[in-house]
Design a protein around this ligand. Sequence first.
Ligand code: AMP
Ligand code: ZN
Length: 475
Amino acid sequence: MPALRLYNTLGRELQEFKPLEPGKVGFYGCGPTVYDYAHIGNLRAYVLHDTLVRSLRFLGYEVKHVMNITDVGHLSGDLDTGEDVMLKRAQERGKSPYEIAEFYTEAFFKDTGRLNVRRPDVVCKATEHVQEMIALIKRIEANGFTYQSGGNLYFDVTKFPKYGELALIKLEDLKAGARVEVDPNKRNPADFALWFTKSKFENQAMIWESPWGRGYPGWHIECSAMSMKYLGEQFDIHAGGIDHIPIHHTNEIAQSEAATGRKWVNYWLHNEFLITSSGKMAKSKGGFLTLQTLVDAGYHPLDYRYFLLGAHYRSQLQFSYEALDSAKASRRSLVDTIIALKEKLGTASPAASLGPKAKSYMEAFTAHLCQDLATPRAIAELWGLVRDNDLPPAEALAAANEMDGVLGLDLSKSERAASATADPALASEIDGLVAERVAAKQAKDWARADAIRAELKSKGVLLEDSPAGTTWRLE
Ligand code: AMP
Ligand code: ZN
């Protein structure tokens, strides 16, 4: 087995991955802020997290994947400026922030389920972990890293000499640098709030008692508190989009290490942005593309997954419908090639063991994954495998299934989608619901799983569950 090498933002280099405990990986990926639908840029981050987890498991690691749901405390500006996004949306809709959070959390899992993103082992909501945050802030305070000002509690970045190491920013430059909008309570522009009591927002619905007064946590503390609760005070990998490097992750490191007095996370992975011809896609900008927009336009959610995996996660990726069309055509053609292999195989089963040639494809595929998750090359290997006429179909199929276990493209399962109905939009919708039901079952959300089965039944779709997975057919 080749060594897994990952590009660590901390150090800006490819490094051999060495877990804290042999064979085990603790992984935390920053989750969504649930005041709106995830846009297709956000979904790039979650497809990366899923690909990382699938790859690690494929390589034999036991992985614990933790993801937070930000349902409190996220202001529109990362520097403690702007509006409280949850509260603003709740007021606009005449709902409580909790109702808004619940609605968009469900929408998030619907989207990620349709993209075959497996549900993390632990999904934790910020609002349910405020006591853990308070306990952590107390430790940071006891170690002398905080000050109170204007009713809020702040982290003083000048007390943490390594501040900015992840982002390659120097404390000196930060002190001197003028920011556009600075909270006047801060001693240094880069200081950040751990706890707010003097809310500038009326009718703040989400508030808790704390040693610093009734209020609510700053945004960054939730990730430190929840990751430590579920993964321990040191863990292996932390991921998020590149926008998180200069502020959110920089602050997470400062406060975590200020509390524990030792190194917190060993490997930091960041995905580059998905952009459109008009620039970066941002939730706060509105008018963004969602997965549903793509489904409504006739694409299968997994066409989008294929599109994402066709680029390396550290390259900026420009979205266009032309590029998505090409991903869609490639995925369909891959599915058709696999259907043809299955036809050749007839009633026989895929091979239980691989011969030398199929093995060499698997080895090359594995080597690409080990090179910082080079998914475009891994997909190319899969193509080479299924098109190799020298390979017995039983072996080609067995190896393709293994590769697809990492890529998550449902290549074998999509057979019926391609053949059972001539209407690709309907097939795509059905596939999406089936994937969502699988995700609901994994999450033991039986009510949702049953509701989806009933919805499919009303569309004339019958499901068949077997140990190999779920397939469907039209009545
Ligand atoms: P949010 O829900 O806004 O907190 O963002 C969720 C995740 O999406 C974070 O890891 C962000 O870094 C990431 N992200 C935000 N915008 C983009 C984008 N345009 N492309 C890729 N990732 C993004
Ligand atoms: Zn985070």
